[in-house]
Design a protein. Structure first.
Length: 656
């Protein structure tokens, strides 16, 4: 998620204005009766208590970072330091290499990248811009026995002013139809075959699997309950089942049957124009923050002008399933999983064989969801599970003061989801999933980002990035930050590992920010060092050993934290529960997205997105301009470029 670029100034959830109970207020009610004394905290840490009591409220009377502990971390690497500069940094016992960058060739006939002479046709043959989620799919070994895999990669957004070195970011210019087409071609998805030789992966540029999926030209089908609904029909698609492209692809997930889920998040950014207040779609669009008029696509393509095509926005905001093993296959928007600003869609197999998909709606004061399939996973393969995601129940979370989450079904005809409240079918419940969740009384949250289940433990980790619009008078004992600039991580404990359960226990794992700064009121295990804390948790990854890794996305908030974004190992069990350890640091202006491990755990792939923001938004080293740093090439003839980086342990072995 691109925090500083894509978010609206104000949340679009009207229930906040009407007094709906926020997650922070619930945490305050729950924990205000359980204020912790230092001696009790120390005992909890020593005993490995599995709750917020395992974390010290450092900086608010607690011990200093880096407290003594006899426990041994599960993360075996030398921690790096916080800081801000134009380079990337990795734990010294590991090494990092750029695997592929925006504009690199994806096919044998791809044109050479020329930032001063770009075209949409060339970009559709090159690796896309602003890489985000990375999915990993192991292939059969090559003829020489080398490891082979497919990387499934999202391209979240493109801004021509950052793509063309002849333009200057932040300076007005005349946006052209050709530039509009280049932006469309630069986003979407890339599927890339890679091969490992001598420990390093490289791109197979002549692979039959390589593919670009773009907003400019790729057909996408609509499936599930909303397919063919009148509110998805447009002048160019009277059937309401055929869409060109996918938008705002942020995080995602890989299914147990080997397909790739890519999630449409900031789709409102691409729509402009005006719609009459009395139009039937006006209130629906307002709930999703439309129109933003951030992009100018509607000037050249009427489908992005809501006045010309008021149903077009309803065709975005979905989870899209792609078969990476079949380059001729058509992606499908799985509407049963609901329409909102999807950060990701991580799945897990429940004890009874049903698939559970966890999803966050990345907006201030919006909601946490999970989808439970009606059918059961068949290990026979992809075809047996081809349409498994078209039938099931979408649930939204209501957090209770008793320490339990109730999962509320978004099912037409149940409770208030009826014609009396403006819902006339299951399709309409899903098209307006946000409003349906409002009506059900779901808990407004602080930007739910990635949600990572761990099958072996029955636990799920929810990254809540921040909420700077929360009022100061919403402060409470458990989360006394209003505005909340630093975010937190919540742990869900599914009963007996039943991910499909309708009641789930919850705890706070950590609260982001610097524990040495009392104003941050952060919460970390006392063993966390001065470099081990993070702010604005965004994406998560679980490695083959079941350990949780968390990346950050602070945007311009690095001026508050004093450090660039990066990747941390975060302990979730035992006496070190709630301890962070810094592993990777991004160049200034970039966020780290898409952390993904190879199946053997010996490679970690990460995506460094939008490096080189303007200097006025960042604090960099003396003499560094931020906007002119040219990461990762450091070539003045090249703009800064997003890139996928591969990380290995020196001498071999598992990462971290």
């Amino acid at each position: 998620m691109t925090d500083s670029e894509n978010h609206q100034e104000a949340p679009s959830n009207p229930t906040v204005e009407s007094g709906a109970t926020t997650l922070e207020q619930i945490m305050g009610q729950r924990y205000s009766r359980r204020r912790f004394v230092k001696s009790a905290l120390a005992a909890a840490v020593a005993s490995g208590a599995g709750s917020l009591a395992g974390c010290q409220e450092q900086g608010a009377g607690g011990s200093s970072p880096g407290g003594e502990s006899s426990a041994v971390s599960r993360f075996d690497f030398t921690e790096i330091e916080h800081g801000i500069d134009e380079f990337h940094h990795i734990a010294p016992d590991h090494e990092a290499d750029v695997l592929i960058r925006w504009g690199d060739p994806l096919f044998a006939d791809s044109p050479r990248f020329d930032p001063r002479n770009q075209s949409a046709a060339a970009q559709e043959r090159q690796f896309g811009c602003n890489n985000d989620y990375i999915g990993f799919l192991q292939l059969e070994p090559g003829a020489a026995g080398e490891a082979r895999a497919l990387l499934c990669i999202n391209h979240e957004t493109a801004y021509i002013a950052r793509m063309d070195p002849e333009l200057e970011w932040g300076v007005p210019f005349i946006f052209t139809a050709e530039q509009c087409e280049i932006e469309k071609a630069a986003i979407g998805n890339s599927i890339v075959e890679v091969v490992r030789q001598d420990g390093r992966w490289s791109v197979v540029s002549d692979s039959a699997y390589n593919r670009r999926i773009t907003t400019r030209s790729t057909p996408v089908l609509v499936s599930g309950p909303a397919a063919g609904h009148a509110r998805l029909k447009t002048s160019k698609d009277p059937d309401g089942r055929n869409i060109i492209g996918t938008l705002g692809n942020c995080a995602g997930g890989m299914t147990p049957w080997g397909t790739y889920l890519t999630c449409e998040e900031n789709f409102p950014d691409y729509f402009g124009g005006n719609l009459a207040a009395e139009h039937p779609e006006a209130e629906n669009h307002r709930r999703y923050g439309l129109p933003t008029n951030l992009k100018q696509w509607g000037r050249f393509d009427s489908r992005f002008d809501i006045g010309a095509e008021p149903h077009e926005p309803n065709r975005f905001g979905w989870v899209v399933e792609i078969d990476p093993l079949n380059p001729a296959s058509t992606p499908k928007k799985r509407t049963a999983l609901g329409r909102f600003k999807h950060e990701g869609a991580e799945s897990v197999i429940g004890p009874d064989g049903r698939i559970v998909v966890y999803m966050g709606d990345d907006e201030r004061f919006d909601y946490l969801y999970k989808f439970v399939t009606a059918g059961r996973y068949d290990p026979a393969g992809k075809e047996a599970n081809r349409d498994l995601l078209d039938d099931g129940v979408l649930y939204v979370a209501r957090f209770g003061t008793d320490g339990w989450v109730d999962w509320l079904p978004l099912v037409f005809g149940q409770g208030p989801l009826t014609a009396a409240n403006g819902f006339n079918s299951q399709a309409e419940v899903l098209i307006e999933a946000r409003r349906a969740a409002d009506v059900l009384g779901a808990t407004p949250m602080d930007r739910p980002e990635d949600v990572q289940p761990i099958a072996a433990t029955g636990k799920v980790y929810v990254m809540l990035s921040n909420n700077t619009t929360r009022a100061a008078d919403a402060a409470d004992a458990a989360n006394p930050r209003g505005p909340n600039a630093f975010g937190h991580i919540i742990e869900l404990i599914e009963p007996e590992g039943n991910f499909a359960a309708l009641r789930t226990r919850w705890e706070i794992l950590v609260r982001g920010g610097n524990p040495a700064e009392s104003a941050h009121q952060a919460s970390w295990n006392p063993a966390t060092t001065a470099n081990g804390w993070l702010a604005s948790p965004d994406n998560g990854a679980v490695d083959p050993q079941g350990r949780l890794w968390v990346s950050s996305d602070q945007g311009e908030k690095i001026l508050l934290s004093g450090t660039c974004d990066g990747l941390w190992g975060v302990e979730t069990e035992g006496p070190l529960r709630g301890m962070g350890k810094m592993f990777f640091r991004c160049p200034v202006g970039a966020e780290l997205t898409g952390p993904q491990f190879s199946d053997d755990g010996e490679t970690l792939f990460v995506a460094v997105q939008h490096p080189g923001v303007p200097a006025e938004y960042v604090a960099s080293k003396p003499g560094s301009s931020g906007a002119d740093m040219h990461w990762p090439d450091f070539d003045k003839n090249m703009p800064s470029r997003s890139a996928v980086v591969q990380i290995r342990r020196k001498g071999g072995g598992r990462v971290g």
